[in-house]
Write a protein that binds this ligand. Structure first.
Ligand SMILES: [Fe+2]
Ligand SMILES: [Fe+2]
Length: 336
């Protein structure tokens, strides 16, 4: 090996030791995630797409390259690609154009919207800065509200796309989508629907202040852990108060564990005093929990979950909203 080669090699070693010591940026720095399913078959991309291989970012598609439907289906196991932050506007435009294609059916549009929103929701929940998270949530929820306004059948397709995963961002996104559906049947529209969607998205934000061991515990919580967990509505209210969230959003967060029986937490409010939007989140939160797969229990099917809610748990919830949930999930004529 030449002298200069040795020098370069030792410089590299020194550099890597230094970056280890001072903490180097992760390989995904400067890039945002997109789901593989966000790519449109046989359509040239308008942005560069990277893939992570053994902890290194590798350019997979250059802007203008395209993938076949088969290849996208095959790549689903890879789950995420990465796009440079500076090309975010190109990616948004690519999704926007897809959502506005006249010939595309509602079901595919619902899928495109949900796939592109999953990574946005994940980003929102990874943000330390709550102000930024709250601001970014407007765009996320607006996309859904606009889709629902354009396509009367939007919700019946969206509710079928739940990932049934237990990650906070999946749960929160699913609760937001179900809440928008219930809210629409209950007569909300425009800004009100948007506030409901954002309130539902952040209903569990107080869990940021509950210890991770409790949040991630696989199995039932003991009394001390349960008492901690039950504080998340108060913690959430404090966070949302500090960041100027609306009264409706705060109610969705602070009152989503109240019960029509008056024995919920933290305030034991009687049913008629529970904020109407919080009543919606109370139902959609439980429905999502029942249908979500966890390591220690099997998820219920949608029909079993609704039956359970409408029988064993019925007294805890607004009866009109329970009927509305049924109508959305099983496309029965709205009951509210
Ligand atoms: Fe909660
Ligand atoms: Fe929740």
């Amino acid at each position: 090996m030449s002298k200069s080669g040795n020098t370069n090699h030792s410089e590299t070693l020194v550099q890597s030791a230094l970056s280890e010591a001072i903490g180097s940026a992760p390989p995904s720095a400067g890039k945002f995630k997109i789901r593989v399913n966000s790519l449109i078959p046989d359509r040239p991309t308008t942005f560069d797409t990277f893939i992570m291989i053994n902890g290194r970012m590798v350019l997979y598609l250059r802007a203008g390259d395209k993938l076949s439907g088969n290849k996208i289906a095959h790549l689903q196991r890879a789950d995420v690609f990465y796009v440079p932050d500076e090309q975010r506007a190109f990616f948004k435009r690519y999704i926007f154009d897809r959502m506005n294609e006249a010939e595309l059916d509602v079901k595919t549009k619902a899928n495109v919207l949900r796939e592109s929103s999953m990574t946005l929701a994940e980003e929102i929940f990874e943000k330390e800065d709550v102000n930024e998270a709250l601001a970014d949530s407007k765009e996320l929820i607006t996309n859904f509200v606009e889709f629902m306004e354009q396509e009367p059948a939007a919700m019946s397709h969206l509710v079928g796309l739940s990932s049934h995963d237990f990650y906070t961002y999946n749960h929160s996104l699913d609760v937001a989508i179900y809440s928008l559906g219930l809210g629409q049947v209950a007569g909300y529209s425009g800004d009100d629907l948007q506030e409901l969607g954002r309130g539902a998205l952040f209903h569990d934000i107080g869990k940021r202040h509950v210890k991770a061991e409790i949040i991630c515990k696989q199995g039932p919580l003991d009394d001390v852990e349960w008492a901690q967990m039950q504080k998340h509505p108060q913690y959430g209210l404090k966070v949302l108060n500090e960041h100027g969230a609306s009264e409706a959003m705060k109610a969705c967060c602070f009152e989503h564990h109240e019960s029509f029986l008056g024995n919920g937490y933290p305030q034991q409010l009687p049913g008629n005093e529970i904020h109407p939007m919080a009543r919606i989140v109370a139902i959609t939160d439980t429905y999502d929990a029942l249908t979500t797969k966890r390591s220690y229990n099997e998820p219920m099917s949608p029909i079993a979950a609704v039956e359970f809610l409408s029988s064993k748990l019925a007294a805890k919830y607004d009866p009109n909203l329970l009927r509305a949930l049924n109508s959305i999930l099983f496309k029965i004529k709205p009951a509210v």
